[in-house]
Design a protein around this ligand. Structure first.
Ligand code: F0G
Length: 380
């Protein structure tokens, strides 16, 4: 057992006095990240302290792209890697806000329609806060990682034989009639929470980027980022605003085409949406910022998805790669100047959708468990 008195008989060096411990404990404390509601307290609607439901979301890395100069030119390109939020997507920022507000208002249940990530986040935050979660998803159309999350967190998962837009219309009706809080991004608290990602980008860079690229589905996130940037400028924290660059998938591009798409189709299941809720707000963000909302094909999405994983070590889900596909498309159009600072939001983690990852990759080589056979396939 040894000497239980330990080193207590040895006089402490000066730096180990109680005052040292006080300072060092304070120093350690300031390094703890407390989730977006507490970290951006002055920028968000008030929630009672004991109603805050958080998984310490936010504070995701802004990763500088190093190896793609031949593809995107001589720009400073950063990835806001939102896949590193607690449930693996940017939805956590809005969900901490929406679920906390629901709890604060005395609600006992939340409901949403989802292409997967919103349902995962709603289920996780509801379980954390002691609320029930009901999620409606398009049957057979969401990535397996997301479905597994909603199921593991104990949500009631209802598969609707229809698409996201139909599911959303049903949950809106339910929330009007029954005592249950809607946590899709038409809930204004969702976008309030999501705008914090724009704050973080500015805090990390020390200024606002020239361009901000995002995938667009239900169009909430591009709206939220724009609100965040405008708020930071309104408070004098940044001087300039970025151009907002949103990218829909070609088979699900209602904003680009100018009309709702009845049967949206794309490999990027997260943005398979034909009639976005925040359509007008996204158009406003585009126009006020002098940006664009454009579209990319599935081939361009998969190319960008594989490029990031294989050359930058960053694995995002297909929908997220629409933003990088957008950067590549805009580079080809020659819109960037050398040295431009560009931020691309990678909205969700690649592990959300293992099926698409495996389908897009070469199959592993199978060999007998023999040294010679392994060495041979390795090419030595
Ligand atoms: N990227 C991912 C990974 C998403 O899950 C979503 C939306 C988007 C981009 C588009 O963001 O809707 O704000 O324009 N997913 C929603 C969901 C629709 O149900 O999980 P948006």
């Amino acid at each position: 057992m040894g000497d239980r008195k330990g080193l207590s008989h040895i006089p402490l060096p000066i730096s180990y006095t109680p005052s040292f411990w006080r300072t060092s404990v304070q120093a350690i404390k300031t390094g703890v990240w407390n989730g977006v509601i507490r970290e951006f307290y002055d920028f968000l609607p008030r929630v009672k302290e004991d109603a805050i439901v958080t998984l310490n979301e936010g504070n995701t890395p802004l990763i500088e792209v190093k190896n793609l100069r031949d593809i995107v030119g001589d720009v400073k390109l950063y990835l806001k890697y939102e896949g590193l939020n607690p449930t693996g997507s940017f939805k956590d920022r809005g969900m901490t806000m929406a679920v906390s507000k629901a709890k604060d208002d005395g609600s006992h249940a939340v409901i949403c329609a989802s292409t997967g990530n919103t349902s995962a986040a709603a289920a996780a935050y509801a379980s954390r806060g002691g609320l029930r979660a009901y999620v409606l998803i398009p049957a057979g159309k969401i990535a397996l990682g997301k479905l597994s999350q909603a199921m593991m967190h104990g949500a009631t998962v209802v598969q609707v034989e229809g698409n996201f837009d139909e599911a959303l219309s049903i949950v809106k009706d339910i929330a009007k009639t029954y005592p249950i809080t809607l946590v899709n991004s038409i809930n204004p608290y969702r976008l309030e929470g999501q705008k914090t990602a724009a704050f973080e980008v500015c805090n990390h860079l020390g200024f606002s980027p020239i361009y901000h690229f995002l995938p667009v589905g239900n169009a909430g996130n591009i709206t939220a980022y724009w609100n965040g940037y405008k708020e930071y400028r309104g408070r004098g924290i940044i001087n300039t605003l970025p151009k907002m660059m949103g990218f829909e998938a070609e088979g699900a591009a209602p904003i680009v085409r100018g009309y709702p798409i009845k049967n949206p189709e794309t490999v990027a299941s997260a943005i398979r949406i034909g009639n976005p809720s925040s359509w007008q707000a996204a158009v406003k963000a585009r126009d006020e910022s002098g940006g664009v909302i454009d579209m990319v094909s599935d081939d361009e999405i998969i190319y960008a998805y594989k490029l990031l994983a294989s050359r930058e070590g960053v694995f995002c889900e297909p929908a997220s790669a629409a933003s990088i596909a957008g950067v590549i498309k805009m580079h080809k159009k020659g819109i960037f100047k050398n040295g431009d600072t560009i931020v691309c939001t990678l909205t969700g983690h690649g592990l959300k959708d293992p099926d698409t990852a495996i389908k897009s990759s070469d199959k592993p080589i199978t060999v007998p468990a023999e040294l010679g056979k392994v060495v041979k396939v390795l090419g030595f």
